[in-house]
Design a protein around this ligand. Structure first.
Ligand SMILES: C[S@@+](CC[C@H](N)C(=O)[O-])C[C@H]1O[C@@H](n2cnc3c(N)ncnc32)[C@H](O)[C@@H]1O
Length: 218
């Protein structure tokens, strides 16, 4: 097992996965068609309805956990509707409400919600993906955002994409995969002086190295 310096992520991978190119190219050639459960259809309908009344830009905060970042993004972008998405009712239930009122937390599977929004022709101006589960075992690449068949949907959703992780290989893979689907992407180290999320706060307190990939989809 390899343990990168200053990260709590243990992996049997020491560089970008050998299968990344083949996997992303395969996913680019096909349309992801997984049955969407009724509760996720309802979640997407809720977002579409909110957008109809909001009429401003849409910002997505996928894998939002307790929604700390969603509320922060709401105050950073007062003109936008910021939607935090997470599948865990438990995490969402631990959200600490703020005075900002231009954000909503929605329970659902991100990949299914992205598919529904794309089908409805919706695009966002910014898409944040803060610390998605790293799935560090080599065999689990298909569970990572960029190894999943839904990955090309990120391009269709548009906007400036920002993915953060404490595992550099994850961020390097995300950037390489983004380039494979035609996005401009670059990786930088991140200094979290004012943490956006609970995980970021924990990593910063442990002096872990943090990384960000910024990609442009429109
Ligand atoms: C490591 S936590 C990060 C949470 C938050 N972004 C933070 O930085 O504090 C990853 C989150 O992704 C959520 N998650 C994992 N897979 C998901 C999926 N397919 N759709 C929606 N949420 C998912 C988990 O419930 C968890 O809250």
């Amino acid at each position: 097992m390899n343990h990168e310096a200053n990260t709590s992520v243990f992996s049997n991978q020491s560089s970008v996965h050998d299968d990344l190119n083949t996997l992303v190219e395969k996913h680019t050639r096909s349309v992801w068609q997984e049955p969407i459960p009724p509760h996720t259809r309802d979640a997407a309908k809720t977002i579409i309805k909110l957008l109809e009344t909001h009429k401003g830009p849409l910002i997505l905060d996928s894998f939002c956990g307790t929604g700390m970042s969603t509320a922060k993004l709401g105050s950073l972008y007062p003109e936008a509707l910021v939607i935090g998405i997470d599948k865990s009712a438990n995490r969402l239930g631990r959200h600490v409400q703020t005075m900002t009122n231009n954000y909503r937390l929605i329970r659902g599977n991100c990949e299914h919600i992205w598919a529904q929004l794309v089908s409805a022709g919706i695009r966002c101006t910014h898409h944040y993906l803060f610390y998605p589960n790293p799935w560090p075992k080599k065999a689990h690449i298909k569970r990572r955002v960029h190894g999943h068949p839904s990955f090309p949907l990120l391009k269709q959703l548009g906007g400036s994409i920002e993915l953060r992780s404490n595992w550099k290989i994850y961020v390097d893979e995300f950037a390489a995969a983004s380039q494979l689907i035609g996005l401009d992407a670059k990786v930088e180290s991140l200094s979290a002086t004012d943490p956006m999320t609970l995980f970021e706060r924990k990593y910063a307190a442990n002096s872990e190295n943090l990384w960000v990939c910024r990609a442009v989809a429109s």
